[in-house]
Design a protein around this ligand. Sequence first.
Ligand code: NAD
Length: 260
Amino acid sequence: MLKGKTAIVTGSTSGIGLGIARALAGAGADVMLNGFGEASAIETLRAGLAEEFGVRAGYHGADLSKPAEIADLVATTADRLGAVDILVNNAGIQHVAPVEEFPAERWDAVIAVNLSAVFHGIHHALPEMKRRGWGRILNVASAHGLVASVNKSAYVAAKHGVVGLTKAVALETAGTGVTCNAICPGWVLTPLVQKQIDALSADRNIPEPQAKAELLGAKQPSGEFVTPEQLGGLAVFLCSDSAAQMTGASLTMDGGWTAQ
Ligand code: NAD
């Protein structure tokens, strides 16, 4: 279905981004991976993706807190794999602290990676999508793009910002063949969430399985984690012709979190 399309998935060396990159490659897209990690592990990932799905796969190590590196990510992808048809803004970081104790430097970092990088990626990729009359922009927001939780002021602000940016870009691109949607996952068991489970387990001196159950129990009525594969399936759907009239939407996949 996506054969001949070029996709960038930011933050795809791990977690949700990797799940989405695998799903897009599985649908035939050439994929530019991005994110941090050990060089040899990333190369294994890149080569494995290309071989498993018979697509072209590249890697660019742009630090998404740096606008110039995002510009280079888009330009290099166009050079190596062809102009960007699908942009998945997924990279994200978390910091947990009460607002009055929240380090200003962490606030700036969360806003830079989780919100400003989404703007910069769209800013650079959109002109060519518009020129060619087809494009898909997928912004990985969060349940925290729709509702808040304590001690996550920067993350909640950034993710609400992503939902707003998604709507603005959807209006500006309506009728051009480009769509822009946000995906709002609930808890997904990735390294980002494992850190929060470990912290809960240490703070409360409870075993890890109990920390997991409490984390889910507090927010996610299904009592189960969403998986990167399920989010990959949603991403592929949003890139399909069936989703051509879906734009500006914030799609939850959160086990009922935001239905409460
Ligand atoms: P993760 O920590 O497993 O992966 C994050 C990815 O982003 C990694 O590849 C990492 O290297 C990359 N990254 C981090 N900082 C970067 C930077 N400055 N430049 C380039 N790459 C950078 O996290 P995840 O849980 O897979 O999260 C992915 C996205 O999903 C994030 O935007 C996160 O906010 C969102 N999300 C996660 C959950 C969850 O429960 N895990 C829920 C809702 C939304």
